[in-house]
Design a protein around this ligand. Structure first.
Ligand SMILES: *Cc1c(COP(=O)(O)O)cnc(C)c1O
Length: 391
């Protein structure tokens, strides 16, 4: 049995050909594939606009800048996420606040966010960054209502959830990143994510003004658009109108993205099948608690569609199981070490114990192998090793 990671890209011959074709073309960086990928992605998640960027972290950074985060801007996020969800606020000079998770779902708890907002004068906070952790769509309708009450913007970190959706109070399907509730949403195309391009990221939005800001910020703050120029000296002329970055995604990677996107639906279905098999195997084991079990079965728990970036179980002897699985060539992972406990954030004044529910979750969580090319045999092997350790 070869080693089984927790996540892995699935690259087809078609993907390879798509990249090779761009290598024969005139464009290595900003070529026609960039806009094609942006349009296909916007179409997939149901947003008006999409902006391809260098990676998910760059996407978060540009979102913070486009929303005007600067020194003194206060933003709330969850401690159970990848550090970049919080770091983007620090890049722009702002201040990060955390609110604890809902232990049922491991998502940012809206009631905790509300309490934090109520504890300060109105206008104290500027925004919220909720995360569709593990691929489980957070209820952004509820967050939008809360944000409107306090005049806040929302960046949805949807890195785990392309293709996932929840059902809103009117019974309508709301795809993660569709821009109906969040001002901006971001995605990553890191190899463990649903759509893999090596490095790569996307911002989606329905807001035209933010879309234009993002385009400017992605390319050094430089524009050649005649409608936006303050002067025009001729065909060569461009203006740098704001301090931007080189956060572009190259043509060859967007070509890979276009090809990967075609398989995204099929990949999601595979993830669901794998989740259902884990659910069935572990449901009756009293030593295992499944995070968000059976979320896909209509009427069972939630009216939503879990994108299953991660399949998370909670167990008491987490380190023991982790080490046991490693010895058997199964590379399960822990998502995540609470961000506020990182030395950098402790230096900013956060302490262990600040968010006990996140810390309690961290003490028990383990992400089992979950990726579309995981075979039934491999999964059966994983299930047996887990049961064997716990029994
Ligand atoms: C992967 C990830 C990111 C960062 O994406 P990169 O492309 O690796 O920079 C941000 N937030 C979450 C929740 C992620 O999983």
């Amino acid at each position: 049995m070869k080693p089984i990671p927790y996540g892995r890209q699935h690259i087809t011959e078609e993907d390879i050909q798509a990249v090779v074709q761009t290598l024969h073309s005139d464009f290595l960086t900003q070529g026609p594939k960039v806009e094609e990928f942006e349009q296909a992605f916007a179409n997939y998640v149901g947003s008006k606009y999409a902006v391809a960027v260098a990676n998910g972290t760059a996407a978060l950074h540009l979102c913070a800048l486009a929303l005007g985060v600067s020194v003194g801007t206060r933003v709330i996020t969850t401690p159970i996420t990848f550090a970049a969800s919080a770091n983007c606020i620090k890049y722009a000079g702002g201040e990060v606040y955390f609110a604890d998770i809902d232990p049922e779902t491991a998502l940012l708890d809206i009631d905790k966010v509300r309490s934090l907002l109520q504890s300060k004068p109105k206008g104290y906070f500027s925004g919220i960054i909720p995360v569709d952790f593990a691929g489980y769509p957070i209820n952004l309708e509820a967050f939008r209502n809360l944000a409107d009450e306090y005049g806040l913007w929302i960046i949805e970190d949807a890195c785990h959830a392309p293709g996932g959706y929840f059902i809103n109070s009117e019974g309508d399907k709301q795809l993660c990143g569709n821009g109906n509730y969040a001002d901006l949403a971001i995605f990553s195309f890191h190899p463990v994510k649903h759509i893999a391009t090596g490095e790569g990221g996307m911002v989606t939005t329905n807001n035209r003004e933010l879309h234009e800001k993002l385009l400017l910020l992605r390319t050094h703050g430089i524009t050649k658009n005649p409608e936006l120029l303050q002067e025009n000296h001729g065909g060569w002329y461009y203006e740098m109108q704001t301090l931007g970055y080189n956060y572009r995604m190259p043509d060859m990677l967007t070509a890979l993205g276009i090809s990967q996107l075609k398989q995204a639906e099929a990949g999601l279905r595979k993830r669901q099948e794998i989740a259902n098999r884990y659910d069935t195997a572990f449901r009756t084991n009293a030593k295992i608690q499944i995070l968000n079990p059976a979320a896909n079965q209509p009427g069972l728990k939630n009216e939503l569609y879990h994108a299953y970036h991660l399949y998370v179980i909670l167990i008491e002897y987490r380190k023991g199981l982790y080490d046991y699985l490693r010895a058997k060539q199964i590379y399960a992972q822990v998502h995540y070490i609470p961000v506020h406990t990182m030395p950098y954030y402790q230096d900013l004044g956060f302490n262990k114990g600040d968010f006990p529910l996140a810390e309690n979750y961290y003490a028990q969580c383990l992400s089992l192998p979950m990726f579309p090319s995981l075979t039934k045999e491999e999964q059966e092997y994983v299930i047996q090793r887990v049961q064997e350790f716990l029994n």
